[in-house]
Design a binder for this molecule. Structure first.
Ligand SMILES: Cc1cc2nc3c(=O)[nH]c(=O)nc-3n(C[C@H](O)[C@H](O)[C@H](O)COP(=O)(O)OP(=O)(O)OC[C@H]3O[C@@H](n4cnc5c(N)ncnc54)[C@H](O)[C@@H]3O)c2cc1C
Length: 451
């Protein structure tokens, strides 16, 4: 056996995750301490980790299940994304939105399975409606280039037999209150999450379930692990946990565990959220209370208006950076907040008195060949990492799939996740870094007006 292995880097989340900050005080979970025994240990409480824990409660009733989270539930990437849980293909590493029709159909079916999962846990754990809303989304176009993207996408939807609705500038204004968009493509299948609310409720539901609740530990990073006879020993700063099987649901941090080295691309994107709009500001804006727009060009700005516990707010996400260190500093957030502010002012000139109250960045993990880092990487150690684009859906599927693989259930999710090659090796770090920066810079430049 390999002896004890240190986990070389722990996650660091920079900037206040607005979606979480606008909620009521978060329930807290204890820090792991002492010696603990469990049948199953899930490391990471994002979409993948919490979905894995949920699937374990279904397939292994009565077993002891532990979830370890390095930070607080809802503060990591799972609580700081834009909340578009999209059924249709949209690979960030691909040049166009959709690939071959059969592969797309398979992916749509699986993504819809992830959405069904989210809807069913929302019902089971009595989540507020805003946590998981099946309202669809619009691909917004601001110029001829964006319209061409949407035309191309609509053609592929026709091929797939998927429904959509075209919106003109008047429809876009009726929805957003803004003159900014020239047209849009509404696709009804997207589920809109309040991401922090969703992961908080999912964790709370697991921790309070009847029978044998899942034990969740926060502020309890796994710092070392070692294979032992019949299972694994995982250390946190204050605990030693013995588990038969572990699930590594830490997305790009799989690399910090020593797996998929030089095969994962660590990318950040950034968002800001306005203060809650007053009644007067909402009246000036017009439009409807809640909507979500993805940019026709994938590198443009994602914009949401959301209505819920934290009031009525607008959230802007844009800018991409390649950061192999998996960390960004506060200066970066401050710089990109200016871009968010600019994007906001261009769209909503009537809201000159509205400012951004929360700005943040967050990690994503991509692979060069857009494949997951999935599978049994060592006996009894399963990886549910590297979600590429659409991590809300793909992370959910990876968590479910890892558990189904571990209990040897031959499911369509497992078949799909096992059908891919390994994430492709990256070139020398300097070349990879330079290449990624050039590609991101070029794509952002091309997205131009969509930002
Ligand atoms: C600003 C932004 C907007 C985005 N918008 C969207 C969107 O609209 N739609 C979409 O589908 N995706 C979006 N994403 C991507 C999405 O958030 C991620 O793909 C998704 O969170 C991945 O889920 P995951 O469970 O695999 O990983 P994560 O959510 O990153 O969860 C992994 C967890 O593991 C924990 N962890 C790491 N190391 C350790 C350790 N050693 N011990 C214990 N715990 C550890 C981390 O703290 C983290 O909580 C966005 C991301 C960002 C940053």
């Amino acid at each position: 056996m390999a002896g004890q292995r240190q986990i070389t880097k722990l996650p660091r989340d920079t900037g206040v995750a607005g979606w979480n900050a606008i909620l009521n005080a978060a329930p807290s979970y204890p820090q792991a301490s002492g010696t603990i025994h469990a049948d199953w240990l899930v490391i990471g409480a994002g979409f993948a980790g919490l979905s894995a824990a949920k699937r374990l409660t279904e397939l292994c009733q009565g077993d002891s299940i532990i979830v370890l989270e390095a930070g607080r539930i809802g503060e990591g990437p799972a609580g700081r994304n834009s909340g578009f849980m999209i059924d249709l293909p949209h690979e960030l590493a691909a040049d166009a939105y959709a690939g071959s029709a059969d592969a797309d159909r398979k992916q749509i079916t699986l993504n819809r399975h992830a959405q069904d999962f989210a809807r069913s846990v929302a019902e089971e754990y009595d989540m507020p409606d805003e946590a998981v809303a099946s309202t669809g989304r619009v691909n917004g176009a601001v110029n001829a280039r964006g319209q061409a993207h949407n035309d191309d996408y609509a053609g592929k939807l026709d091929l797939l037999g998927e429904s959509y609705q075209r919106l003109d500038a008047t429809d876009m204004k009726a929805m957003t209150g803004s003159d900014f968009y020239r047209s849009g493509l509404f696709t009804p299948g997207a589920v809109m999450l309040q991401p922090a609310l969703y992961v908080r409720h999912l964790a709370a539901g697991l921790a309070s379930r009847g029978g044998r609740p899942v034990q969740i530990f926060e502020s309890s990073p796994a710092v070392a692990f070692e294979a032992k006879t019949g299972g694994w020993e995982v250390r946190t700063p204050d605990a030693i946990i013995h588990a038969g099987t572990i699930f590594m649901a830490v997305n790009g941090h799989a690399e910090s565990f020593g797996f998929f080295k030089q095969r994962l691309m660590h990318v950040f994107t950034y968002a800001s959220m306005t203060d809650a709009l007053t009644a007067d500001q909402q009246a000036r804006l017009g439009g409807v209370a809640s909507w979500g727009i993805t940019p026709a060009d994938p590198m443009g700005s994602t914009v949401r208006r959301h209505d819920g516990i934290g009031g009525n707010r607008i959230i802007i996400r844009n800018r991409w950076t390649y950061d192999p260190s998996m960390e960004v500093d506060a200066d970066r957030i401050a710089a990109f907040r200016k871009d968010h502010d600019r994007a906001f002012r261009r769209r909503f000139p009537m809201l000159g008195d509205v400012g951004m109250t929360h700005s943040w960045g967050g990690r994503l993990c991509l692979s060069r060949n857009s494949v997951p880092a999935f599978g049994e990487v060592e006996p009894g150690l399963f990886s549910a990492c590297c979600q590429n684009g659409l991590g809300t859906a793909k992370g959910t599927l990876a968590g479910i799939g890892a558990v189904e693989l571990a209990v040897r259930a031959n499911s369509p999710i497992v078949q799909d996740l096992q059908s891919y090659d390994l994430p492709q090796k990256l070139p020398h770090p300097l070349v990879a870094s330079l290449g990624a920066k050039l590609v991101l810079g070029w794509r952002e430049f091309k997205a131009g007006a969509e930002i």
